[in-house]
Ligand binder design. Structure first.
Ligand code: GLC
Length: 628
């Protein structure tokens, strides 16, 4: 065993080995560019381990094998994306997300939906976890038993690779989850770790008694308190194992470089199936250190950067999307071209709902001013809701500037969205309510949260408003498929024992066939919402100003109005959204910095700003303007 030594010497040694083994020039060139970085990261993560250099060598060997086996069309994609690294910044990018079984019955059914995905204009399709996982409750597939086998109910890995190729043909990038913080308790590594098989003992965090778990839990937070208190669960033999989420999802021990090596192999395998974006699940939790919250530690970033460096060598067209649903300062830390190029934007999502409940756009406006900018080469994934609950992850210090106290405000928002607050239009369901801390989150489809289920007059407008924001602030907008036809909550999960304990199933309905059949019928909510959203989607596609992430706040001088400009080279798009229940006038003086002859992109007509403009309740405008 040898430990890491001098970077130049180690890198030269590895390169010599690769060249001796006949590695191709193109691969060697990438190794030359990225191995020094990986070496540095390994040094910081594993520098004190005697096996660090051997592990690094093995990881590079995996990358070499993987490149060698990489199908030619994917290598071609790698080259193309290296030439055009900003490909995902286009205003033509549009994401959709769905469950394979619920939306298509299986991979074959998803394939049959490709014409619809094209009709909608999707360029990015996130298929929810589709790997082999335990029967019954598997946290919607987030408990993975094998990263190399597709759940046989859904199809096979060969079908997934074919689907990826067909999607690519249709201009759609396949996105799947990389659930690398934990595996299911049925994964081969988990079985071996529990049985004490040599080489696997340290794959997970197993403790003989409660001493260390108790000590760790003094500083960690409970994530799924409905399932088990704290962060550990007891094994049948009396020992305790780290399980942040469900008791059958066991956290991996990344302090062990063998775990990094093993996971890098799984990642490269998925890359070669034609996956183009990996959604990096639960990134905040991947590194643990005693005496801390064990969330978003510096090593979590080093690990992601190390995985990223491996990809840059062997599958450089892939992108990482960070799933960090935490304080906005922490969310931002994961986003960089060397770490995660994409990230969910949970703050914009949550504050859109916050604004609709309070009819006050100030917190959202402040977030757009202060927390929207991103480094070059990265983008937000903006969404209205996901398969998960809504957590109110705004920063208390931001709210305090408006005299808002975070704790009662979150309680109000939870009460509002589960329909407990007087005057609420929402029909959400509470998730993981913790009576001890008062903490809770909210689930529900967009239509149910926005008021359509409750029959509120503003419901459809709010669905459109929320999407109009996600479609115009920049980055990749992501639709939860079915929401574009105003699907409502599905309460049937309560009758399924594997789902009854997890209210997130309320907003994961099966493909709403009836709503889809009505999507061109303006007499139905499905038809009206679909028509309005597809109008927005096509207007966006034709507005190059909406590409990228640059956004300039626009002060409409009214707390009900969220406003910003998306500048392009010759013109800009002025976005104004009235989150209130009454019309609002934005006067001529406020608009006087803009040439008065504007074009309404949603209505497709010329408009004059000379006399100011009036926004109806919940109205959004996208006006192409020239800044004077
Ligand atoms: C992520 C997923 C969520 C899952 C958890 C554990 O947060 O989005 O659905 O429960 O990770 O894998």
């Amino acid at each position: 065993m040898s430990t890491l030594a001098d970077e130049a010497a180690d890198v030269a040694g590895i390169l010599d080995d690769l060249a001796g083994a006949g590695a191709e020039a193109e691969f060697l060139d990438r190794v030359r560019r990225h191995l020094p970085r990986l070496h540095g990261l390994f040094g910081r993560l594993y520098g004190d381990r005697p096996d660090a250099l051997d592990r690094l060598r093995s990881v590079v060997a995996l990358a070499a094998e993987s490149w060698h086996a990489r199908p030619e069309p994917l290598k071609e994609l790698d080259r193309e994306r290296e030439r055009r690294p900003d490909w995902f910044q286009s205003q033509r990018m549009l994401g959709g997300v769905c469950y394979v079984d619920r939306y298509g019955g299986g991979l074959a059914g998803i394939r049959e939906r490709i014409p619809y995905f094209r009709e909608l204009g999707l360029t990015y399709l996130h298929l929810m976890p589709l790997f082999e996982s335990p029967e019954g409750n598997s946290d919607g597939g987030y408990a993975v038993s094998s990263y190399r086998r597709v759940n046989p109910r859904l199809g096979s890995m060969a079908e997934l690779a074919d689907l990826a190729a067909e999607l690519r043909e249709a201009g759609i990038s396949l996105v799947v989850d990389f659930i690398f913080n934990h595996t299911s308790n049925e994964h081969e590594w988990a079985r071996k770790a529990v049985a004490g098989v040599a080489g696997y003992e340290d794959f997970y965090l197993i403790f003989p008694d409660r001493t260390l778990p108790d000590a760790y839990e003094r500083t960690t937070r409970e994530i799924f308190p409905d399932d088990h208190p704290g962060s550990f669960v007891q094994l049948p033999d009396g020992r305790w194992i780290w399980a942040t989420f469900y008791s059958f999802q066991w956290d991996l021990n990344y302090a062990n470089p063998a775990v990094f090596q093993a996971m890098a192999g799984e990642m490269l395998f998925l890359a070669n199936q034609g996956v183009e974006v990996l959604r990096m699940d639960a990134v905040a939790f991947i590194w643990k250190r005693f005496g801390t919250a064990c969330e978003s530690l510096p090593e979590a970033h080093l690990l992601l950067q190390a995985f990223n460096a491996v990809l840059r060598m062997a599958a450089p067209s892939l992108l990482f999307k960070s799933e960090a649903i935490v304080h906005p300062d922490e969310v931002a830390e994961y986003i960089s071209p060397d770490e995660c190029q994409l990230s969910y934007n949970p703050l914009q999502m949550a504050l859109t709902w916050e604004a609709l409940a309070t009819r006050d756009g100030r917190m959202l406006q402040q977030a757009l001013e202060r927390r929207h900018a991103l480094p070059d080469g990265t983008a937000w994934v903006n969404y209205v809701r996901s398969h998960d609950d809504i957590g109110w992850t705004f920063a208390d210090e931001d709210a305090a500037e408006f005299g808002i106290d975070g704790y009662p405000h979150r309680r109000f928002l939870n009460d509002f969205y589960v329909g407990r607050a007087p005057g609420s239009f929402a029909r959400g369901v509470p998730f993981q309510e913790n009576p001890r801390t008062g903490d809770a989150r909210v689930t529900g489809t967009t239509a149910s949260l926005a008021g359509i289920e409750a029959g509120d007059d503003g419901g459809e407008d709010r669905v459109v408003l929320a999407h109009a924001l996600a479609l115009s602030t920049g980055g990749i907008p992501l639709l939860y498929l079915g929401d574009e036809v105003a699907q409502l909550n599905d309460y049937s999960y309560e009758d399924d024992p594997a789902q009854a304990g997890d209210s997130r199933w309320v907003h994961r309905p099966h493909r709403p066939e009836r709503e889809y059949a009505r999507r061109n019928d303006p007499r139905t909510a499905a038809g009206r919402v679909f028509a309005r959203l597809t109008t927005l989607i096509s207007a966006r596609r034709d507005a190059p100003e909406l590409a990228g992430n640059e956004l300039r706040p626009f002060d409409a001088h009214d707390d009900h109005v969220v406003g910003f400009l998306r500048p392009g080279p010759d013109s800009a798009i002025l976005v104004l959204a009235n989150v209130g229940d009454h019309p609002v006038e934005v006067d001529a003086l406020t608009l006087s910095g803009l040439d008065p002859d504007a074009r309404d992109l949603i209505g497709g007509r010329a408009v004059s700003l000379r006399d100011g403009l009036v926004l109806a309740a919940h109205e959004v405008v996208w006006h192409r303007v020239v800044i004077r």
